[in-house]
Design a protein around this ligand. Structure first.
Ligand code: PLP
Length: 398
């Protein structure tokens, strides 16, 4: 039989989706499963975007330009400028989700074996994107005890080798909810300048900040190192438009843009109809965001309050995004998560969590941790955490 490539065999399975068959069979047995494992928001997409799709008047669903529609890129640039983020339309290439922007970024700057330093735990698909482009992930551990703050810059620096090409951060972070401060970003800027590296920042959760005085500091505002900076963004979470598959790659570096364009041209274009929806979404009223952020903030507060009621659980309050990492009084979260679906229910209900080991690349890290997404309404969150609490008692007594 013809063989599968090493790259294909080494491609990691999604830690978020690998438990799905157990969830399906729990549902077939009639159990209700509360999904605390995925980042699919239950928030409505802005009306302006839905209306724009309904009113589309096209006789041909044509390819768009490879970099995306100019009208959309112009409006997107204005959107960033209103947030004091230093971006012009010519700095932007529209991609098929933030996922494609990450792939294009890695494909553009790495050769096989080149290294990318990433604070862990990190969004599990970074592994997959690195694997697809034959780059090597070099993790730098951030700890639950420090609330997942950036590790000391000396520790990050010690990991730099002649093969290092970039530092990749997610701000605010999935799965930690950590928000890097301006001073942490500036420390990273100093390091990439000193060693002539790229800084890639995944800012897909940039709007999701919950504490009044916190502000998001975009890497696009690092003017001194603007040739070294690549920003990745997406509409998936901002407008609850995950299925639109629209994101963007942003940089001031013309050589990077020209190379990304070659990848963009090879895949022809980002989705046409969805760009029309995204262009309209830029006119989403501020009241939409105010409501969404206030809803997530109260979900976060509810989740953390409820988790803190469980003996032996360690959790820090996330500042942004809609996830947290919780350390549970167990040894193996993979086993626990599977057991929850296969063997446990509380009055016909159970929960699905994402074991956190898949968000680390250092072996043995995160074994007793899970990622919890607060994408359920507050009533369901309270019920789900109560199920978790009762389940832990039963699991640990077995
Ligand atoms: C941190 C992070 N980056 C990128 C993505 C990919 O987003 P997109 O739907 O735009 O491809 C996600 C999706 O969950 C994410 O959590």
């Amino acid at each position: 039989m013809p063989t599968i490539s090493n790259k294909g065999r080494n491609m990691p399975e999604s830690p978020i989706r690998k438990l799905a068959p157990y969830a399906d069979s729990a549902k077939q047995q009639g159990k209700k499963v509360y999904h605390l494992n995925i980042g699919q928001p239950d928030i409505k997409t802005p009306e302006v975007a839905i209306e724009a799709v309904k009113n589309i008047d096209l006789s041909i669903i044509e390819y768009s330009p490879s970099a995306g529609y100019e009208s959309y890129r112009n409006k997107l640039a204005q959107f960033y400028q209103r947030q004091n983020v230093n971006v012009n339309s010519e700095d932007i290439i529209i991609t098929t989700g933030g996922s494609e922007a990450l792939l294009f970024a890695l494909a553009t700057i790495t050769d096989p074996g080149d290294e990318i330093i990433i604070p862990e735990p990190f969004y599990a698909n970074y592994h997959a994107f690195a694997s697809s482009t034959s780059a090597t992930v070099i993790p730098v551990i951030s700890t639950i005890e420090s609330g997942f703050a950036l590790p000391s810059i000396d520790i990050v620096e010690q990991l730099i080798t002649p093969k290092t090409k970039a530092i990749l951060i997610c701000n605010p972070g999935n799965p930690t909810g950590y928000l890097y401060s301006e001073s942490e970003i500036k420390q990273l800027a100093g390091l990439i300048k000193k060693h002539d590296l790229y800084l890639i920042a995944d800012e897909v959760y940039r709007e999701f900040l919950y504490d009044g005085d916190d502000e998001h500091f975009s890497v696009m505002n690092l003017e001194e190192v603007d040739q070294n900076v690549i920003m990745v963004d997406s509409v998936s979470k901002r407008y609850s438009m995950c299925g639109a598959r629209i994101g963007c790659l942003v940089t001031k570096n013309k050589a990077v843009l020209a190379t990304v364009m070659k990848f963009a041209q090879a895949r022809l274009s980002p989705p046409t109809i969805e760009q029309i929806a995204c262009e309209a979404a830029i006119d989403t009223p501020q009241s939409y965001f105010d409501e969404v952020i206030s809803e997530y903030k109260s979900r976060r507060d509810t989740l953390i309050t409820e988790l803190n009621k469980i003996d032996g659980v360690v959790v820090t309050k996330p500042k942004g995004a809609f996830y947290c990492i919780a350390q549970l009084p167990i040894e193996n979260a993979d086993d626990f998560a599977q057991w929850l679906l296969e063997s446990y229910d509380l009055n016909g209900k159970t929960v699905m969590v994402a074991p956190a080991a898949g968000f680390y690349s250092t072996p043995g890290m995160g074994l007793n941790q899970v990622r919890i997404a607060y994408v359920l309404n507050k009533k369901d969150l309270v019920t789900a955490v109560n199920i978790l609490k009762e389940a832990l008692l039963v699991y640990n007594k077995r």
